[in-house]
Design a protein around this ligand. Sequence first.
Ligand SMILES: Cc1cc2nc3c(=O)[nH]c(=O)nc-3n(C[C@H](O)[C@H](O)[C@H](O)COP(=O)(O)O)c2cc1C
Length: 212
Amino acid sequence: MHSLSVLISGALLGVFGIIGAGLVGFSHVLTDERIERNEREALLQQLQVMVPAGRIDNDLLTDVVDISAPEQLGSETTRVYRGRQDGRPVALVLSPVITQGYSGPIRMIVAANIDGSLAGVRILAHRETPGLGDKIEIERSDWILGFDGKSLLRPSAGEWKVKRDGGVFDQFTGATITPRAVVRGVKNSLDYLHDNKWRLFESQPPAENSDG
Ligand SMILES: Cc1cc2nc3c(=O)[nH]c(=O)nc-3n(C[C@H](O)[C@H](O)[C@H](O)COP(=O)(O)O)c2cc1C
């Protein structure tokens, strides 16, 4: 009898263990999905702010091309959104990843006008420290707006740095690593766009076109 109850207890423990592990795994999947959905919503919202509908007459969300430039843009594939007016190139938006911020990757969107000036930069996701590195978020400070209108010529290549390194961009008090990484990430994106923008407008969209 005694050994039977031990067996039953053991079996029950095993069953609860399996259910528990399953629940944890399931909630992990749900969390990942939610993060992805939030990021996508932020992207869509910000795209419309940086490239307003009045400036383009095509559907930016479906006029896309997927490119691979991991060295400059941080991930194996990067989606590029193309804005046109009467068929003429107006703006390009891409979502590079800075692989090493202070605490991990920082996902951004960089929108550039066809003349090479920035229409805007926004942070989609990051793990920087609240109160320090998170001032890159537009919800926390207007630092990110400092990129508006900048290009590879203004400021000059040597000034694409935080002030502490001799450049023109502010760092934050006690937190230089995060803004330094973002400045470098934006500069890399502009370099990539400068070298590839005409080719990007000519490339065919991926066969299975989605708006993500
Ligand atoms: C707990 C902790 C969290 C920090 N988080 C950040 C951060 O998110 N971003 C950042 O740039 N620096 C962060 N720092 C500060 C960096 O370690 C580093 O000192 C700083 O970026 C260098 O800038 P400074 O030379 O202006 O002090 C953090 C430091 C500590 C102790």
